[in-house]
Design a binder for this molecule. Structure first.
Ligand SMILES: Nc1nc2c(ncn2[C@@H]2O[C@H](COP(=O)(O)OP(=O)(O)OP(=O)(O)O)[C@@H](O)[C@H]2O)c(=O)[nH]1
Ligand SMILES: [Mg+2]
Length: 291
């Protein structure tokens, strides 16, 4: 059986996490319109009759370092690329940028790389895809170039076929029904963070983090107590202000996603706390699970 790891790398916002979720058939990795949504390496497993794909979703690669968090995020990208059997570089069908070239420059020698042109649903003229493929193939020797749409599922099978060919033959690493190596506690925190990214303005998401204070199984019910850390007092007032409507929505939507992913009822209680400077504090970042 073909079985191995595939690092998913690309600049922010090209649809890496949407693609991971599509490929594993579950909402494992959080997604939003905002750049830098993914902050950790997210492992997702898909097991078919002839192949086991162990995907490693990674944060969008940053060409500008702002703080220790950004550095940790970029490290997650280079570590995943170094450890994976195959690299999958994702670019956006609309708009080539210098950052795409920076990602291609990270590809380690000697590992096969596949270029994925995502968001193909946004391109009417196929010549545009060809021009992009040509441009990219001047920069690296890609084993395959596949246009896909993570949104519609277009060319999913073609992509899987192109990847399987380059996975080593051997015994699968995970049981066939394994989805991820991340515990529910981690996934719960991520789903809450996704709602903050999706439901609050431009500034709050980048300064926010989520900590699970309690995660208890009470029969089939999961009781979760979580705190959203924000960078500034002003951010806290925006989140909890105006009758707590925003917090209610964040809580409801996060809870619904958790119930879907975990397959059981969830009771979720959310708090907001101000914790300035966490994103540039090495020991705090370690506590939060960054390496
Ligand atoms: N039209 C279209 N939109 C897509 C497609 N794939 C992803 N998107 C959208 O693109 C945006 C970014 O998607 P993500 O999956 O969060 O992107 P990402 O590359 O993981 O982003 P970071 O984690 O921030 O690096 C979201 O609004 C997605 O809905 C696609 O195939 N077609
Ligand atoms: Mg992502």
């Amino acid at each position: 059986m073909h079985s191995g790891t595939i690092a998913i790398a690309g600049r922010p916002n090209v649809g890496k996490s949407t693609l991971l979720n599509r490929l594993v058939g579950a909402k494992l990795s959080i997604t939003s319109r905002k750049a830098q949504t993914t902050r950790h390496r997210i492992l997702g497993v898909r097991t078919d009759a002839n192949a086991q794909y162990v995907f490693l979703d990674t944060p969008g690669f940053q060409t500008k370092h702002r703080n220790a968090l950004n550095k940790a995020m970029n490290r997650a990208v280079t570590d995943a690329l170094a450890s994976a059997d195959v690299a999958m570089v994702v670019v956006d069908a609309v708009g080539w940028r210098a950052e795409d070239e920076a990602v291609i420059a990270l590809l380690p020698q000697g590992h096969p790389a596949v270029l994925v042109i995502n968001k193909a649903d946004r391109v009417k003229n196929q010549a545009e895809l060809l021009a992009l493929a040509e441009r990219a193939s001047k920069l690296a020797d890609f084993a395959a170039i596949v246009p896909v749409s993570a949104k519609t599922g277009k060319n999913e099978d073609l992509l899987l076929g192109a990847l399987a060919k380059h996975l080593p033959l051997g015994v699968p690493m995970y049981e066939p029904d394994t989805l991820t190596d991340r515990p529910e506690r981690f996934l719960a925190a991520e789903l809450i963070r996704e709602k903050v990214f999706r439901l609050s303005g431009e500034e709050i998401p980048y300064g926010c983090e989520v900590v699970i204070d309690k995660f208890e199984l009470d029969g089939k019910l999961r009781r979760i107590l979580a705190t959203i850390l924000v960078d500034r007092p002003g951010h806290k007032s925006i989140l909890v202000g105006s009758g707590g409507e925003k917090m209610k929505r964040i809580g409801t939507e996060a809870r619904q996603d958790m119930e879907q992913l975990f397959g059981g009822k969830v009771f979720l209680e959310l708090w907001v706390k101000v914790k300035g400077g966490w994103a540039d504090n090495a020991s705090m970042l370690r506590t939060l699970g960054y390496q």
